[in-house]
Write a protein that binds this ligand. Structure first.
Ligand code: C2E
Ligand code: CA
Ligand code: CA
Length: 712
């Protein structure tokens, strides 16, 4: 309000020189369907129509006492005043809001959306503005409704086609609406769902909970859950709950969005199965074994019970795999897996750790339970021949056993100790069980220390080679020597080959050591035969590792070439094990050696596991009868039948026979009379350094039945 004269009305407008008369003006604006307001240059309202009264809620009298600025909301007033003044100066700029969405303010203070059209009019030479104001409240409302309807329709379409189950509930968890995907997911129709509680379809956590507000809470992220369908089937779902709120932020209900994750769960389970099982036998694998051990050990700690861990390794499995083929090897592993499975109790676990290695966990044992008897029974049951593809195969196993508590505090320690025990079982002749004890670890540690010292010995020349003579029994003459390694350690004193050779084999040092012995011996024997002026044979021991590593044949050829020895002068002594546990590589190298003329000798013959007939499959020139068969000859419990058999079969197969460890005259006589070809032993001399080897007589002590032959 602007304090203008109070009773101003149309009749009192002074139309001095007006081009438009009051009456005319009145009629014109009254006819207009919109509110019309005429204002003078200062914004004073000078003329209004009935529609203006109705729109703004003022009476004509009130309006005519007001300034038009009072009809503008306070927030827009400054810019309105500015625009109005501007407009009066430059009417052509029409900056006062034509076509813009503006608001007017009613007498009761409420705002009304308006559109304004402005017309400059000069009345009595004074600039006036005639404003035509259209109330667009109705138009706005219509638009909003149409918008809302369209949005609702869109929402329905989205919900109907969405592959997600969408269920809306009120604050008590009662279902208000559900989309088709929800119907399909839970197997209920919309009508059945609406009005019932969400707990009706929950298969887990919310089940049994009274319908209540805390039943649902805004999860914010998807959680794995499950629903119970109408047909009773449980479906795993991923579910996300969103709190619905009104404009004030007051919660009004929940929106529960879910989808079926059966496939996700199945895929996860399949992966989990793979991660916990051995592919071939489907037995649990190492991962599951460790998990089981963890649980079993925990339980034993609480309940004062015991756990046993057995590590089981099949004997000579490689031999089966290589000779009969991998598919038969696989079938055998499956059969063994079955036997082990049926041997254990329900709560025990049989795992395959890879290759031919299995493990068994037996938990919940009463302290002091004697398992050895049961395990022997299992070993015996393994012995029953397994039929695979027409073959009868017999497998035996070596078992290392540990128990908790006692043998280790963690699954890893128990496993390591079981492994140590298993190697002990293997070493003690296979097909046996060894329980872990702490001394075994000391042995392992000692081996480690020894291997360090041996590495130094190789580098610092502490090793030497000695030569033990071999004689032909028939002709009684010196044939040659076996090279034997010696170690005189500055630190440890003399270390026997029986101690350092296994260490060298385990640590891999044997490859370097073996090559050094080979080159030294070849060179030495070449020197020796030039001195004694007779061709000499040389036998050199070789370990599996040497034959398996590449380059062995090249090493031999180059040692021969460098020394000048002929290939026939050299023999390589190997043990049966090399042949039996070989995967083809060692036999191939032996064959190659033989093809260049080097002899292959089987050492320690008879104490292995094989029959001579089996050995016919391999390239062999000579058999060396083990000392353990020679020693009893002539004694009371003499069982020379084995020696007879070996000599007979070797000869039948065209092999030469040498007996080692010959110490007595009786032994020599027996061997000669039974056709043994050659001898070696303390009776003829121990291993001696090269210098002493030159002084060894070239013939055996005079024997009546054989003419004495002095060196050629
Ligand atoms: P081996 O190859 O069976 O060697 C024969 C062993 O019997 C030697 O023991 C030898 O001194 C011993 N011996 C010989 N005649 C008699 C006898 O009449 N009575 C008795 N009681 N023993 C006799 P050594 O030198 O202690 O060697 C032990 C083992 O160490 C060897 O057994 C062989 O397996 C291994 N070895 C020695 N040198 C080498 C080598 O250079 N390379 C490889 N890989 N192994 C070697
Ligand atoms: Ca030997
Ligand atoms: Ca031997």
């Amino acid at each position: 309000m602007d304090g203008e004269p109070s009773d101003r009305d149309l009749s009192r407008v002074e139309p001095q020189g007006a081009r438009v008369h009051d009456d005319q003006m009145h009629l014109i604006i009254e006819a207009s369907p919109s509110a019309m307001i005429l204002v003078d240059g200062a914004g004073r309202i000078v003329l209004v129509n009935s529609e203006a009264e109705r729109s703004f809620g003022y009476t004509r009298e009130e309006l005519l006492r007001m300034n038009v600025d009072a009809l503008v909301p306070a927030s827009a007033r400054d810019s309105h005043v500015h625009a109005r003044e501007n407009y009066l100066v430059h009417p052509s700029r029409r900056g006062m809001g034509v076509g813009r969405e503006l608001y007017g303010v009613r007498k009761d203070g409420t705002e009304l959306p308006i559109e304004i059209g402005l017309n400059p009019i000069t009345i009595d030479d004074e600039p006036h503005v005639l404003a035509s104001i259209i109330d667009i409240t109705e138009r706005r409302r219509g638009q909003a409704e149409a918008d809302a309807q369209r949005q609702a329709q869109q929402l329905r379409t989205i919900l109907a086609t969405l592959p997600l189950s969408v269920i809306a509930t009120d604050l008590t968890g009662r279902i208000v609406t559900a989309n088709p995907a929800a119907e399909e997911l839970v197997g209920y129709r919309q009508e059945e769902l609406v009005g019932s509680s969400l707990t009706a379809i929950d298969a887990e956590r919310r089940r049994g909970v009274e319908v209540d507000v805390p039943v649902l809470r805004d999860t914010g992220t998807a959680v794995e859950w499950s629903y119970r369908r109408k047909d009773g089937r449980v479906v795993p779902v991923s579910e996300e709950v969103v709190v619905l709120k009104d404009d004030d932020g007051t919660p009004t209900g929940y929106l529960v969005v879910a989808f079926d994750i059966t496939q996700r769960i199945e895929a996860r389970e399949a992966v989990d199965h793979i991660l916990h099982h051995d592919q071939l036998t489907d037995l649990p694998n190492r991962t599951q074994l460790v998990e089981k051990l963890d649980v079993a050990m925990d339980r034993a700690r609480h309940e004062g019970t015991e756990v046993a861990l057995l590590l089981l390794d099949l004997d000579h499995f490689n031999r089966i795999n290589d000779t009969l083929g991998h598919h038969i090897g696989d079938e055998l592993l499956l059969a063994v897996a079955d036997r082990l499975r049926s041997w254990v109790r329900g709560s025990d676990l049989v795992a395959r750790l890879g290759g031919d290695e299995f493990a068994i966990v037996m938990d919940d044992l009463t302290p002091g339970t004697d398992l050895s008897g049961r395990i022997s029974g299992m070993l015996a049951s393994l012995l029953a021949p397994i039929q695979v593809q027409g073959y009868d195969v017999v497998v035996t196993a070596s078992i290392g056993g540990t128990t908790f508590p006692g043998d280790g505090e963690s699954p890893a320690t128990l496993l390591r100790h079981a492994d140590v025990a298993m190697y002990r079982a293997k070493a003690s002749g296979r097909d046996s069980l060894a329980w872990f004890d702490a001394a075994m670890v000391e042995e392992v540690n000692e081996k480690l220390a020894l291997s360090g010292a041996l590495r130094n010995a190789l580098a610092h020349g502490e090793l030497a080679v000695v030569y033990q003579p071999q004689f032909d029994l028939v002709e009684g003459r010196l044939i040659g020597f076996e090279a034997l390694a010696r170690w005189h350690s500055a630190e440890l004193g003399t270390v026997s080959p029986d101690r350092f050779i296994p260490v060298a084999e385990d640590s891999g040092l044997i490859v370097e050591l073996g090559e050094w012995v080979l080159r030294t011996a070849c060179a030495d024997i070449a020197v020796l035969q030039r001195a004694v002026k007779v061709p000499l044979r040389l036998a050199v021991n070789a370990s599996p590792r040497q034959l398996h590593g590449g380059g062995w044949v090249e090493q031999v050829s180059s040692a021969l070439a460098d020394s000048g020895l002929e290939p026939w002068q050299l023999g390589i002594e190997i043990t049966e094990g090399i042949l039996l546990e070989d995967n083809g590589v060692a036999v191939a190298s032996l064959q190659e050696l033989r093809s260049i003329g080097v002899q292959v000798i089987v050492d320690d013959f008879g104490c292995g596991y094989s029959s001579l007939a089996y050995l016919t499959r391999f390239p062999i020139d000579k058999i060396k009868i083990d000392r353990s068969f020679v020693a009893p000859i002539g004694s009371v419990d003499d069982d020379a039948a084995v020696v007879d058999a070996i000599i007979g079969m070797a000869h039948a197969l065209g092999m030469v026979v040498v007996a080692e460890g010959v110490e007595t005259e009786a032994q020599e006589a027996y061997l000669r009379s039974h056709g043994c070809d050659q001898v070696q032993g303390y009776r003829y001399g121990k291993g001696v350094p090269l210098g002493d080897a030159a002084r060894i007589p070239h013939s055996l002590e005079p024997v009546p039945s054989t003419p004495q032959t002095l060196g050629a």
